[in-house]
Ligand binder design. Structure first.
Ligand SMILES: *[C@@H]1O[C@H](CO)[C@@H](O)[C@H](O)[C@H]1NC(C)=O
Ligand SMILES: *[C@@H]1O[C@H](CO)[C@@H](O)[C@H](O)[C@H]1NC(C)=O
Ligand SMILES: *[C@@H]1O[C@H](CO)[C@@H](O)[C@H](O)[C@H]1NC(C)=O
Ligand SMILES: *[C@@H]1O[C@H](CO)[C@@H](O)[C@H](O)[C@H]1NC(C)=O
Ligand SMILES: *[C@@H]1O[C@H](CO)[C@@H](O)[C@H](O)[C@H]1NC(C)=O
Ligand SMILES: *[C@@H]1O[C@H](CO)[C@@H](O)[C@H](O)[C@H]1NC(C)=O
Ligand SMILES: *[C@@H]1O[C@H](CO)[C@@H](O)[C@H](O)[C@H]1NC(C)=O
Length: 642
């Protein structure tokens, strides 16, 4: 999740009122679906009678069921030994951890262009002020079984579900996270500096504008780099079957570019993570790039790195280095190395997470879509992978404020063509950039017929992070004239449409989040899914969805933190709409991933927390919140049995 888009990308309409939704939640049985349960309710008059009084309140104690382990391990590509000839020039080495105490390692002789000294210099030049603490762990922690007491379900919610749809047997349901937000250990075992390290160094005024109160670095976060086995053990215990994580490029290739040595410790780490997940019955899902571009793409000058990486771009919200001349080649090289090592065990791949965030100009979009297509063809044609590949899109489809008003519909179409169009038209349909994009980003790189042919059909499905719904209305008379005017005086540029927080009837569009300007909008989800499925004629996967609470304001008591009904309601409502989209609208929704399995670092702070588990930042202990139980129970009671 990236929280900045609503602030910077679009003009937000003034709040006019609110709309409240009553969401429902499902206990394990569904009385609404059973004819006998409705019989008493249908009686015209109640019957009153005395009985012997007893304290009869009984409690059914249920515990979560762990995922079953695999009976056979599916293979999605040949193992590395059989495909390594595809990458003949790879050399591996290891660097160990950057030692801040002795600025230079013992072997401080100049040991080559990519040696230990060069590795230390990367860190010495990185903007990591006060980098001293390395957290509690410095080696992989052995997992311990989750005690049964921790797996007891909470009492049922007050609102029960009224739907009787089942979850399709092949529905891919899981949780997501990303390297920079959970791993910590940023300078350990050969990891080199990456752009997330700059986020805690935002100028205070930028942080204030973004509503970030407590700027914190990503040096430690959840220490998942060492606690991943325990984290996976917990996911398996509560019944999660798919785990979507990202691999840190700067752990695999500390020197980023093609032809530089591969970090054997980085490969070994993710190899073990994947194997451990599979051993627990969990399928690994891999994202190659989740905002964590290595710092090499930003030059050597720290001041320039901080300026360039700052939130100051006209289309994307942050500069992720995609526009660099060597980006495409370097990313494809990195992707090939990772895919060739792990494709045998990974069913789903994402090249980029939310590339809209970092595409600062035309060339950056060009590099993103072309490197994606190259990796797609490498995977399908050379590795002969049978898994599926996509990208995770940011900016959920916009919905017109008034769908009966033509100018509102035109504004929503412009919004979607501008935000999703530059990726989805070429990649899903092999069609040129939409005019909304070309008129706004005038330095776009024209796509040739040959380009379109290579790009077409390289999304096996559309990955969409659908947290909320942008409700779009017109703010200018002439959108084309607004889009052509990229001067800073044009405050409507680049989106040239408005985003409303209220419905036409002046109700808020959904439950507001307590920590960021975001609303829970399940009411619009079917429209959003329908837009994607029917426009791009491709299955859709909800690759992230979730609801943040105010991490800074956590109640002091653990069991109060755990009782996050607002999150349960969000998930159950969204999942209910997904099932309606599948069964009533005939939309192929492949699956859904909850963001996130654990409270984490949200790009500069811990103010906003999306976790299904709480993390005690002193002890690194994880605690399941009630939403985790509620949502797994909702899915499992509806899963079609074979
Ligand atoms: C491998 O390296 C050699 C020597 O540098 C070079 O000639 C060759 O083109 C490289 N092969 C690949 C596939 O990159
Ligand atoms: C680094 O630590 C010093 C001393 O505690 C403090 O004054 C300074 O603000 C810190 N800098 C950053 C960027 O955190
Ligand atoms: C680093 O960049 C800043 C801003 O562009 C510039 O003022 C400074 O001179 C540069 N430093 C070096 C060592 O090049
Ligand atoms: C459509 O919306 C626009 C902009 O909000 C408004 O000016 C116009 O009157 C509306 N048209 C109709 C037919 O309601
Ligand atoms: C901004 O607009 C001017 C005038 O149309 C155009 O020449 C320029 O390329 C635009 N800049 C970008 C980055 O699109
Ligand atoms: C979140 O919690 C902090 C700390 O209690 C508080 O200052 C802030 O106002 C809260 N934010 C919202 C939106 O309630
Ligand atoms: C976090 O751990 C510390 C140290 O054990 C403890 O004092 C504190 O109460 C814990 N916080 C919560 C919310 O449980």
């Amino acid at each position: 999740m990236f929280l900045f888009f609503l602030y910077l990308l679009v003009f937000i309409g003034s709040a006019l009122g609110q709309q409240i939704y009553t969401h429902t939640h499902g206990p394990s049985t569904r009385p609404f679906c059973q004819p006998t349960a409705t019989k008493a309710a249908l009686e015209k008059n109640p019957t009153y009678k005395y009985a012997q009084f007893k304290y009869t309140n009984t409690e059914t104690v249920r515990t979560a069921s762990p995922v079953p382990t695999f009976t056979s391990t599916p293979r999605y590509a040949p193992p590395y030994a059989e495909v390594k000839h595809l990458l003949p020039n790879i050399s591996t080495t290891s660097w160990g951890s950057w030692d801040t105490r002795s600025a230079r390692p013992a072997s401080s002789h100049n040991d080559g262009q990519y040696g230990h000294l060069a590795f230390s210099k990367l860190w010495e030049a990185a903007p990591v002020p006060n980098f001293t603490s390395r957290g509690l762990y410095s080696t992989t922690v052995s997992p311990t079984p989750v005690p049964t007491e921790e797996l007891v379900l909470p009492p049922p919610l007050l609102f029960g579900p009224t739907d009787c749809y089942s979850v399709p047997q092949d529905f891919v349901f899981g949780v997501a996270g990303s390297a920079a937000q959970i791993e910590g250990a940023i300078a350990d075992e050969g990891r080199a500096p990456a752009i997330p390290e700059t986020f805690a160094n935002l100028p205070p005024e930028t942080a204030a504008k973004l509503g970030i109160r407590d700027l914190s670095p990503n040096y430690i976060t959840d220490e998942n780099y060492y606690l991943y086995r325990q984290d996976i053990e917990r996911l398996a215990s509560i019944g999660i079957r798919y785990y979507s994580f990202s691999i840190a490029w700067s752990r695999i290739l500390p020197f980023a570019f093609s032809g530089t040595p591969v970090n054997s410790q980085g490969l070994a780490h993710y190899d073990d993570l994947i194997n451990f997940a599979i051993s627990k019955g969990i399928s690994p899902v891999v994202t190659l790039h989740h905002f964590d571009t290595p710092l090499q793409f930003f030059g050597d000058n720290q001041t320039e790195i901080l300026t360039n990486a700052g939130i100051r771009c006209y289309l994307g919200t942050s500069n992720l280095g995609f526009q660099h001349d060597l980006f495409e080649d370097a990313f494809v090289n990195y992707g090939k190395i990772v895919m060739s090592h792990f494709a045998d065990r990974v069913p789903f791949w994402f090249t980029f997470n939310e590339p809209q965030v970092g595409t600062v100009n035309g060339i950056s979009v060009d590099h993103v879509i072309k490197s994606h297509a190259k990796l797609y063809h490498f995977y399908k044609d050379e590795l002969r992978g049978t898994g599926k590949i996509s990208m995770k899109m940011e900016i959920p489809p916009g919905v017109p404020l008034n769908p009966l008003n033509e100018s509102h519909v035109a504004a929503a179409e412009h919004f979607n063509d501008l935000q999703l169009g530059p990726f989805l038209y070429p990649l899903a349909l092999g069609r040129d950039y939409p005019s909304a994009y070309k008129m706004t980003v005038q330095d776009y790189v024209p796509l040739s017929e040959g380009d379109l042919c290579n790009l077409k059909g390289t999304l096996d499905f559309i990955g969409m992070d659908v947290y909320t719904a942008p409700i779009v209305f017109p703010v200018v008379y002439d959108i084309a004239a607004c889009a052509a005017n990229n001067k800073t005086s044009n405050s409507f540029y680049p989106s040239c449409v408005g985003i409303s927080e209220t419905t036409e009837n002046d109700w808020l569009i959904g439950q507001p989040s307590e920590s960021i300007q975001m609303y829970s909008t399940p009411t619009y989800l079917r429209t959003q899914l329908s837009y994607l499925w029917n426009t791009f004629r491709t299955p859709v996967m909800v690759t992230e969805f979730g609801h943040p609470t105010n991490g800074t304001a956590n109640p002091p008591e653990l069991n109060a933190i755990q009782y996050d009904t607002v999150r349960s309601e969000y998930y159950v409502a969204f999942l209910g709409e997904i099932l309606k989209a599948i069964w009533e609208d005939h939309i192929h929704v492949l699956g859904a991933f909850m963001w996130s399995f654990v409270d984490n670092w949200e790009w500069g702070s811990f103010d906003s927390q999306f976790g299904l588990q709480y993390v005690n930042r002193t002890t690194q202990e994880r605690t399941f919140k009630r939403s985790f139980f509620d949502v797994v129970d909702y899915i499992e009671t509806r899963r079609a049995r074979s």
